[in-house]
Ligand binder design. Structure first.
Ligand SMILES: *Cc1c(COP(=O)(O)O)cnc(C)c1O
Length: 385
């Protein structure tokens, strides 16, 4: 059978964006190369100021990755052995990994199936006298209900570190995520909403004392040259990445608006498809749509959910539609966390959703024709699956 196809559609691609701003980036990077200032200096400081202004905080500290941002945030709050930190098990590993890396213990709370985010109503039951902090993850760009979360945190005197890695530009009740909790952690990994051409990250805060701590920790715990106050890291943002991020930051709102248009169009096109559950934004939240993640459920209740989902993905692949699987194995069931003692079934929504999710192609340049092709292919796949 012959079928008209635009071309293959990747889950994500950066080529078109680069063609738009490549010349500008190229000449700016050449200037940095000629300047001889590669680490620190005015280019990094200017980006830090611009990003703090964009997010709406007094301070921004550039660092080497989103993972380091989380680690540095936890360290600045002196969270360590014996402490517990509440977070989601349906997230990228780094969220929990950094809790463990500082010597503390992650405590996982189940999620809401509609938003894939921490179910804030289940947080209080998980608080003990060892709980020090909560890390809400704005997964796929969708903001967590920060009003309720901050109420709980204040009532129990807990720190809040927002994992904003997938949500640069998202807002909750008009405030950018990363400005609501005590600390915001961002990743500039190339596939994030604001992506560098390599690794990069940032931490935002309105607390100058925490900012000072994190500035020192990212630079070996150094308070003045060759004077060390603590055991830190070498985790700096370099000037080339900072320059690229300055240029891309000017486009971010436009790119996020395009992602919103694409999400709206997916919503419309997918509404008639039975067996497809679309992501929902909570009232008050503006998603940054890093991913558009649907859930598919098998027509027969006895079918295995994960193998049905995998079959649908394979059928999409055969029709040249790329998809992504975030995340197949929740963190509480990872081999490394066996010792925490979570049984299968302990986080039922997280576990169910992990068997149902498919992230559809999502990037600002995705065309209407490509989106129609994705949905056509999905319809075919559901018919055959
Ligand atoms: C990408 C990501 C991180 C880690 O960021 P890196 O820059 O890759 O280290 C942390 N948390 C979440 C939710 C992420 O998606």
């Amino acid at each position: 059978m012959w079928c008209k196809r635009v071309s293959s559609i990747p889950a994500f691609e950066l080529g078109q964006q680069y063609r738009l701003i490549g010349d500008e980036i190229g000449s700016a990077v050449l200037e940095i190369l000629a300047s001889g200032r590669y680490i620190g200096g005015p280019t990094v400081e200017t980006f830090e100021q611009q990003f703090a202004t964009y997010i709406g905080t007094t301070d921004c500290i550039g660092c080497n990755s989103g993972t380091d941002a989380l680690y540095l945030a936890l360290r600045s709050l002196k969270i360590g052995p014996g402490d517990q930190v509440i977070t989601s098990a349906f997230t990228f590993f780094a969220t929990a990994e950094t809790i463990s890396a500082v010597g503390a213990t992650p405590v996982f709370v189940d999620i809401e199936p509609e938003t894939f985010n921490l179910d804030v109503n289940q947080i209080e039951a998980a608080i003990t006298d060892r709980t020090k902090a909560i890390i809400p993850v704005h997964l796929f760009g969708q903001p967590v209900n920060m009003t309720r979360l901050m109420q709980i945190a204040e009532a129990h005197q807990l720190w809040v570190i927002e994992d904003c890695a997938q949500a640069t530009g998202a807002t909750w009740n008009g405030a950018r995520v990363g400005s609501i909790g005590h600390i915001g952690c961002f990743s500039f990994y190339p596939t994030k909403n604001l992506g560098a051409c390599g690794d990069g990250g940032a931490i935002t805060t309105n607390h100058p004392d925490l900012a000072t701590q994190m500035q020192q920790l990212r630079n070996h715990g150094q308070s003045q040259q060759y004077v060390y106050e603590s055991i830190g890291l070498n985790s700096r943002l370099d000037a080339i990445q900072a320059m690229i991020l300055q240029i891309k930051l000017r486009h971010l709102d436009d790119w996020n608006a395009k992602r919103q248009t694409i999400a709206d169009r997916y919503d419309q096109l997918l509404a008639p498809l039975p067996g497809v559950i679309r992501p929902q934004s909570p009232e008050g939240g503006q998603s940054a749509w890093n991913q558009y993640t649907i859930r598919v459920t098998p027509p027969s209740a006895t079918d295995d959910r994960a193998s049905y989902r995998d079959r649908i993905r394979e059928l999409l692949k055969q029709q040249d539609v790329g998809t992504a699987l975030y995340y197949p194995l929740p963190l509480h069931l990872q081999p490394v966390y066996e010792s925490l003692g979570y049984a299968s079934g302990s986080l039922p929504i997280t576990e169910q959703v992990a068997h149902e999710v498919i992230s559809l192609p999502m990037f600002p340049e995705l065309s209407i024709e490509q989106q129609e092709q994705v949905v056509y292919a999905l319809k075919e796949a559901l018919n055959q699956g």
